[in-house]
Design a protein around this ligand. Structure first.
Ligand SMILES: [Zn+2]
Ligand SMILES: [Zn+2]
Length: 199
């Protein structure tokens, strides 16, 4: 009995890149991913950079690169090898460097922007803190209060609760950060003072 062996590129460990022509190795990717790849890693990243840039429009006032395709929660998103990824995260990774578990945060405060130099790397807690600082600045500008920390806006209450929920902050630290008494923080995180979600 003779065995017929068919050439099957999906099982091969190397294949030529459609852009540079050099053969590249399968690496650690699954056979499913391997079937979908057509470029070596370097060319795949370069191709993605172009995909990102070409999906943006430049805001001439702010220099933001505004994502023109689909969004989620205001952030640009795109499909990369069957996975949905946030465009600003991908932009950071491809133009700046790895993010690992961190967030790509916006300096410009424009969620749809994916311009690499408008992004910086930070933790989720820093993201919340950043939101607080920006909320505070807005609070001050709008209300012009002499003591902006004396009372907390709804955003600040939500942010304070989110920080508390991370388990990384003591009530004393949160009290100092917001310029309120520790007892106020206690009441806020235990939902005594304001019902969660209420105005
Ligand atoms: Zn290549
Ligand atoms: Zn921007």
């Amino acid at each position: 009995m003779s065995r017929i062996v068919l050439a099957d590129t999906t099982r091969a460990d190397t294949k030529p890149c459609i852009d540079c022509g050099q053969s590249y190795e399968r690496g650690a990717c699954s056979s499913h991913e391997w079937r979908m790849t057509r470029r070596c890693l370097r060319c795949a990243d370069e191709h993605l950079r172009w995909r990102l840039v070409l999906a943006c429009a430049l805001d001439v006032d702010t220099d933001c690169w505004l994502w023109q395709r689909s969004t989620r929660n205001g952030y640009g998103q795109l499909s990369v090898r069957d996975e949905t990824e946030y465009a600003h995260r991908l932009s950071y990774r491809l133009f700046v460097g790895p993010l690992n578990a961190d967030e790509a945060l916006h300096d410009c405060d424009v969620r749809r922007c994916i311009r690499p130099d408008h992004l910086f790397r930070g933790t989720q807690a820093e993201n919340i803190a950043d939101m607080i600082e920006k909320g505070r600045a807005r609070h001050r500008t709008l209300k012009g209060e002499a003591h902006p920390n004396a009372t907390l806006s709804d955003d600040e209450v939500a942010a304070l609760r989110a920080l508390w929920a991370t388990g990384q902050y003591q009530q004393r630290a949160l009290a100092a950060r917001y310029g309120v008494a520790q007892s106020t923080v206690w009441r806020l995180v235990h939902g005594v003072t304001r019902a969660q979600g209420a105005a």
